[in-house]
Design a protein around this ligand. Structure first.
Ligand code: TYM
Length: 327
């Protein structure tokens, strides 16, 4: 049974890209040994208002439970509740190379144009490696934008194992067949993102169905009028990918269905399918977010379970590295 680990940052508002690329897949195949983490330590690499961070962490937990993550089966917890992540980060940062971190696309994108960039933003991928390696994960279900970080995690783990002896499982990223990179509906050459300047092209999980429909009806389409995917049609391709992800149907079958029909008809069908797909989770979220005490109780159970696994890994790591046990 493969061990699975994945994480999501409690920044901005969760959107359909997060849902299709990651969250829905975490909920779809749960087993004991699957671990899902709200990565608040990652969130502070870019300045955050403390009260807002706390509120968003709890809110995101409600969304993950609404997605159907069952805390009786999987482990769901908040990163800062398990101190082993930070300890392992330091040790791995002595195996990671600056050359590797310099190549990280996400760092380049997030640091571009900023006057000051924290060391934390730079070493962020090492913390991500620690998250994954602490749980000896075999598989990491993510969207395509995270694949580079998972490959780096493998490299760091391999280097550590070579130097100190077999300690870490080498993980691999798994990405969905449809929806691995959902694009912004207004800027179809940029990914749908929590940090987009406006949410006009971002389908938020928490918005009303009417707002979702409006955004999809206003999505940028391409010149021409045919509903077909192709490199010269990023807007329509993205909507086809979205429709494929939420219906489970293949893109060629969808192209056939919409052959000879107008963009407007097609967008209406996409809007309906997306809203139908999200509605059950939107309903469950409304219930869960009304009971924050219960959400926190479930997170505490998750943290206890996560700590047990991470502590076992850390004991081995300390011994391999040569730290004297405390008497
Ligand atoms: P984050 O919080 O940006 O995104 C959470 C998950 O959503 C996926 N995703 C998308 N998938 C498809 N289309 C999109 N437009 C889209 N936008 C986001 C992401 O790929 C991700 O799977 N560094 C990570 C969090 C993290 C992590 C980890 C992930 C920290 N530690 C360990 C895996 C394992 C991040 O910022 O994800």
């Amino acid at each position: 049974m493969p061990r699975v680990f994945s994480g999501i940052q409690p920044t901005g508002d969760p959107h359909l890209g997060n849902w299709i690329g990651a969250i829905s897949r975490w909920a779809a195949a749960q087993e004991p040994g699957h671990v899902f983490c709200i990565v608040d330590l990652h969130a502070i690499t870019i300045p955050k208002d403390p009260a807002e961070l706390r509120a968003k962490t709890l809110d995101l937990a409600a969304w993950l439970l609404a997605a159907g993550i069952d805390p009786e089966v999987s482990t769901l917890f908040v990163q800062s509740h398990v101190r082993e992540h930070t300890e392992l980060t330091w040790i791995l940062s002595c195996s990671a190379q600056m050359g590797e971190l310099n190549r990280m696309t996400q760092f380049k994108q997030k640091s571009a144009g900023r006057e000051s960039v924290s060391v934390g933003l730079y070493t962020y991928p090492v913390l991500q490696a620690a998250d994954i390696l602490a749980y000896q994960a075999d598989e990491v279900p993510v969207g395509e934008d995270q694949v580079q970080h998972i490959e780096l995690t493998r490299d760091i783990a391999h280097r550590f194992n070579t130097r100190f002896g077999e300690t870490f499982t080498l993980p691999k990223a798994t990405i969905p067949t449809a929806g691995a990179r959902i694009m912004d509906l207004q800027v179809p050459d940029a990914k749908m993102s929590k940090s987009a300047e406006t949410d006009a092209g971002v389908i938020l999980l928490a918005e009303t169905p009417a707002r979702t429909a409006k955004k999809i009806m206003r999505a940028i389409t391409d010149s021409g009028s045919e509903v077909v995917a192709g490199p010269d049609k990023p807007g329509v391709t993205n909507l086809l990918d979205l429709l494929s992800a939420v219906t489970g149907r293949e893109v060629p079958a969808l192209e056939e269905e919409f052959a000879g029909r107008m963009y407007g008809d097609f967008k209406k069908a996409v809007a309906e399918a997306v809203n139908d797909y999200l509605q059950p989770a939107r309903d469950r979220y409304a219930e869960l977010s009304a009971d924050p005490g219960e959400v926190q109780r479930l997170l505490a159970i998750g943290a206890d379970r996560a700590r047990e696994v991470a502590a076992t890994t850390m004991a081995a790591v300390r011994e391999r590295v040569g730290f004297l046990p405390s008497a």
